[in-house]
Ligand binder design. Structure first.
Ligand code: GRF
Length: 189
């Protein structure tokens, strides 16, 4: 049995997609959602999906061991970041070596790093006149968008694409690939 925790700061569409993908797979359980944002859509999704959802503040997350303790008490095997905006503190990285996975809505190493999230990424991609964008699924270390790349998928862009168009194309890739890539990683745990 692989027990998963999903961190999300926003809408949580990837968290939901992952949850429904694994719902009929008996060897994987989505144990808990965690969020730093009391108004995040992921909280309502958790309620609807029947996934316990924990809210925490910056100090608890960055300056205490409470979140690590919670994850360990729940015997979590894999931590997934699905639109989670805070830097992962060292104690959490160390407690789950190569067991924290993030999805980034661009082709890293381009358009990554602090402040590069959500619409900021897609605006920068359009501004630069890129002919393609995509997704990057990667292991997480103590730096933003910096760990080893596991998987990338690309989508073509046209010159009339707005940041919202790019976001739609990228999100479609996320929803297709993220659960499948996670399933492959889980098979190796
Ligand atoms: C996704 O684009 C993901 O790549 C990024 O944040 C977004 C989260 O979307 N890290 P959602 O909350 O899963 O809908």
């Amino acid at each position: 049995m692989t027990r998963i925790a999903i961190f999300a700061s926003g809408s949580g569409s990837n968290a939901e997609r992952i949850t429904t993908y694994f719902a009929d797979k008996e060897s994987v359980i989505i144990e808990i959602f965690l969020s730093n944002n009391p108004t995040a859509g992921v909280i309502e999704r958790g309620r609807r999906l029947g996934i316990p959802t924990v809210l925490f503040d910056k100090k608890t997350f960055s300056k205490t061991n409470k979140i690590v303790d919670l994850l360990q008490n729940q015997q979590i095997d894999l931590v997934i970041l699905a639109g989670f905006l805070w830097l992962i503190p060292e104690n959490l990285v160390k407690a789950f070596p190569n067991k924290i996975i993030n999805i980034h809505p661009a082709l890293l190493p381009k358009y990554g790093g602090k402040g590069m999230w959500g619409h900021f990424v897609h605006e920068a991609v359009v501004e630069a006149g890129e002919k393609e964008s995509g997704i990057t699924i990667h292991f997480v270390n103590e730096h933003y968008d910096d760990g080893k790349v596991i998987f990338q998928a690309k989508c073509g862009l046209v010159s009339t694409d707005t940041p919202e168009d790019v976001a739609r194309k990228v999100q479609a890739l996320e929803h297709i690939h993220f659960p499948e890539v996670l399933e492959k990683i889980i098979a190796t745990i």
